[in-house]
Design a protein around this ligand. Structure first.
Ligand code: ADP
Ligand code: MG
Length: 603
C-alpha cells in the first residue's frame, strides 16, 4: 500500500477535489484519465484453464483415436429408420406424459393445499399411491386391466344410458397403457414439485391479493402460480428429463423405444458400444433441447425477481413493443370516449364509508385479542389507532375487511356487513366469492411490508384489481397512471417493484389500494418498514388523502403525524379501547394512566 502511495502522490482525496490542505489534488485527479491500467493476474485461473484444455485433449484423443469406439458403425446407425422410430416413440411418450402429467398435477397440488380435508386427503392418497408403484409395475397392471374388468362402461348410474361401453383390451392398447401409466406417475411427482412452489410464495402475497378482493381463481392464476413457477421449474424439468429416460420401461409392453431398439440391434450385430453411443448421443440431444427450453421459460418467470434490468430476448422485446402499442391505442380510445368533465378525479371520489364496530371480540386459542370493542367511525374521517405491539391493532384492522373473522359482535360499513348478510336478527355467512367482491367494492388496505406483486410491473400491480372488477383495460390504465402521478411516481409505471425504494413501493401500494376507489382505506403501520428519511414521502401522500372523502383508519407509531391529521385517536391496550378522543385530548391531556405511560415511552 505504502508503495502505491509513494508512486502516486495524488491517491488519497480523489473524490474531494480542492479540499483545503491538498492543493495538488485537482491536477492529480484529472491525470488519472491518462494512467495505464494493468489488469490483475489470476495465476490459479490460468493454470486451471491450461489443465482443462489438456483434459479435453486427452478425452478427445481417447474417444476419437481408439478404433473400438466404432464411430463408423455409429454413423451408420445414427439416422437409421428403426432408431428414428424408437426415438419418435420416446419423444411422443415423453411429451404426452409431461403434458398430461403436468396438467393433472396442477389441480392435484391445489387440492393438496386446499382447506377441505377430504380433497387434500384424496390428492395425498393419489400422490402416495403413484409415487410408490414402480412405473414398470404400473404399466403391466394397466396393460392387464382387461383381466380384471372385461368391459369399461361410462354412463348414467342406475339407468341404461351408456356413453361408452367397450371391451377393455380394445380400449387400452399397449400405447395407451404406456401413455397413461407415465402420465399418472409423472403427475404424482410433478404435483409435489408444484406444491413446493406454491408453499414458497410469501404469505403476504396471498394476503394482499385477498385484501384487494381478487377472485380465488384469479389469485391462483395471476399471483400465486406465476411466482411459484420459479421454484417449480427446476424440479419440474428434472422430472421431465427423468421421464424421457424412464420411458425405456415401455419395452415391457413390447414397445421398442429408443433404448430398446438399440438393444435389439446390438443383439443382432454385436456392435454393443457404437449402438449404445447412438442412444447416448440422442439422449444428450434431448437433454440439451430440454435445457434450452428450461432456460427460456425460467427467464420468463424471473421477471421482476431481481433489481437488475433483465436483457430481453428479441422475441420478448417484440412482445413488449406490441403490448405498448396496444396500450397506447387503448389509452387513445379511452381519451376519446371519456369526456373530461365526467371522469371521477382522484380527489373527488365517492363519499367515504361510515364504519361501525359493534361489541367485537376475537380470541386466538386462549388469548383474547379483541375484547368487546365498539367504535363509530364517521364518513370521511381520519382515525389513528395507537397502542403497544400486541395490543390487537392489526387484528382490529383486519377484522374490518374480514381478513380476520370475529367471534362475537359485528362490523359494518354504511350498514353493510362485509362477511355476512343480515336478515332480521340472523347473520348468514357469505361465500368467499361474495366476501371478495364486497371487499373489492368497499375497503382498501395498505400493509407494513407493502406486499406488491414482484412479478407484475408497477402499472400491472395497480390495474389488477380494477380489471378483476370488469373495468376496461384502457380506463384502468389511464386511471392508474393518474394515480401514479398523484403519488409522484408517474415515470415508474413500467418499473418492477423490486427496482423501487421502500418509500416508492409503499406509495405504489397506496395507489394500488386507491385504484378501486374504496370507501374505507386501512393502513397497518405503513411506515414502520421504512428508513427514517423515506417515512415522510409516504406520510405526505396520506396527508393529501385525509379529508379527500375516503375514510382513513391508520395504525401508526408516528405520533407527530397522528396529532396533525387525525380527527380521532384511539388508544388500545390488551385488546380493549382504553381511550378515544381528539388528538388534543388523548395526546395532550390523556385521562388514563395507561395512555400516559405509553406516550411517555414513544414521545
Ligand atoms: P398489534 O398489531 O397491536 O401489534 P396484533 O393484532 O397483531 O397486535 O396481535 C394481537 C395479539 O394476537 C398478539 O399477541 C399476537 O401474538 C396474537 N395473534 C395475532 N394473530 C394471531 C394468529 N393468527 N394466531 C395466534 N395469535 C395471533
Ligand atoms: Mg400490528
Amino acid at each position: 500500500m505504502s508503495d502505491t502511495t509513494q508512486q502516486f502522490p495524488g491517491t488519497v482525496p480523489v473524490g474531494r477535489p480542492g479540499h483545503p490542505g491538498h492543493p495538488a489534488d485537482d491536477t492529480a485527479g484529472a491525470e488519472y484519465a491518462h494512467y495505464r491500467i494493468v489488469p490483475a493476474k489470476h495465476h490459479a485461473r490460468t493454470a486451471g484453464t491450461v489443465l482443462a484444455i489438456a483434459l479435453i485433449g486427452i478425452v478427445l484423443n481417447s474417444v476419437l483415436g481408439n478404433p473400438r469406439w466404432g464411430w463408423g458403425v455409429f454413423a451408420e446407425w445414427f439416422f437409421a429408420g428403426p432408431v428414428l422410430e424408437g426415438l419418435a416413440r420416446t419423444l411422443v411418450l415423453t411429451g404426452l406424459g409431461a403434458l398430461f402429467g403436468f396438467a393433472l398435477a396442477v389441480p392435484l397440488a391445489l387440492a393438496r393445499v386446499s382447506r377441505s380435508p377430504l380433497l387434500a386427503g384424496c390428492a395425498w392418497a393419489f400422490i402416495w399411491l403413484f409415487r410408490s408403484i414402480p412405473p414398470i409395475v404400473l404399466l403391466l397392471l394397466l396393460n392387464n386391466l382387461g383381466y380384471l374388468y372385461e368391459t369399461i362402461w361410462i354412463g348414467v348410474p342406475f339407468t341404461h344410458i351408456a356413453l361408452l361401453n367397450q371391451s377393455t383390451t380394445d380400449l387400452i392398447s399397449p400405447f395407451f397403457a404406456a401413455a397413461l401409466g407415465l402420465t399418472l406417475n409423472h403427475a404424482a411427482f410433478s404435483a409435489e414439485a408444484i406444491r413446493g412452489g406454491i408453499l414458497s410464495v410469501d404469505h403476504g402475497q396471498r394476503e394482499a391479493a385477498a385484501a384487494l378482493g381478487l377472485p380465488g381463481t384469479r389469485q391462483v392464476r395471476r399471483i400465486v402460480l406465476p411466482q411459484a413457477m420459479r421454484a417449480i421449474l427446476p424440479t419440474a424439468f428434472n422430472d421431465v428429463i427423468g421421464l424421457a429416460k424412464g420411458t425405456s420401461v415401455v419395452y415391457i409392453l413390447a414397445m421398442p423405444d429408443l433404448f430398446y431398439t438399440v438393444q435389439i440391434i446390438y443383439h443382432r450385430n454385436l456392435e454393443v458400444i457404437p449402438l449404445l453411443m447412438v442412444a447416448t448421443v440422442w439422449y444428450l440431444i434431448i437433454l440439451t433441447v430440454l435445457s434450452a427450453i428450461q432456460v427460456h421459460i425460467e427467464r420468463f418467470y424471473a421477471r421482476g425477481a431481481t433489481r437488475e434490468q433483465v436483457v430481453a430476448s428479441p422475441l420478448a422485446a417484440l412482445f413488449k413493443h406490441w403490448r405498448n402499442a396496444r396500450a397506447a391505442a387503448r389509452l387513445a380510445t379511452h381519451a376519446q370516449t371519456s369526456d373530461a368533465g365526467t371522469t371521477t378525479g382522484w380527489a373527488q371520489r365517492r363519499v367515504g364509508g361510515k364504519v361501525g364496530i359493534h361489541n367485537v371480540s376475537k380470541s386466538f386459542g386462549a388469548l383474547k385479542v379483541l375484547d368487546n370493542i365498539s367504535l363509530a367511525i364517521p364518513s370521511g374521517s381520519v382515525t389513528v389507532i395507537l397502542g403497544q405491539s400486541g395490543s390487537g391493532k392489526s387484528t382490529l384492522l383486519r377484522s374490518i375487511n374480514h381478513l380476520e373473522r370475529v367471534d362475537d359482535g359485528f362490523i359494518d360499513i354504511d350498514g353493510d356487513l362485509i362477511g355476512y348478510r343480515r336478515d332480521g336478527r340472523t347473520l348468514y355467512e357469505l361465500k368467499e366469492k361474495d366476501v371478495l367482491q364486497r371487499r373489492r367494492a368497499d375497503v382498501g388496505m395498505v400493509f407494513q411490508s407493502f406486499n406488491l406483486f414482484p412479478h407484475l410491473s408497477v402499472l400491472d400491480n395497480i390495474v389488477e384489481a380494477p380489471l378483476a372488477s370488469g373495468v376496461p383495460r384502457g380506463q384502468a390504465e389511464a386511471e392508474a397512471r393518474e394515480l401514479l402521478a398523484r403519488v409522484g411516481l408517474a415515470d415508474k409505471a413500467d418499473a418492477w417493484p423490486r427496482q423501487l425504494s421502500g418509500g416508492q413501493q409503499q406509495r405504489v401500494a397506496i395507489a394500488r389500494a386507491l385504484a378501486l376507489k374504496p370507501k374505507v382505506l386501512l393502513f397497518d403501520e405503513p411506515t414502520s418498514a421504512l428508513d427514517p428519511e423515506l417515512v415522510n414521502e409516504v406520510l405526505d401522500v396520506i396527508r393529501q388523502l385525509a379529508r379527500s372523502g375516503t375514510t382513513l383508519i391508520i395504525v401508526t407509531h408516528e405520533i407527530g403525524f397522528a396529532r396533525e391529521v387525525a380527527d380521532t385517536i384511539v388508544f388500545m391496550d390488551g385488546g380493549r379501547i382504553v381511550e378515544t378522543g381528539s388528538p388534543a385530548s388523548v395526546l395532550g391531556d390523556p385521562a388514563q394512566a395507561r395512555t400516559r405511560e405509553f406516550l411517555s415511552k414513544v414521545l
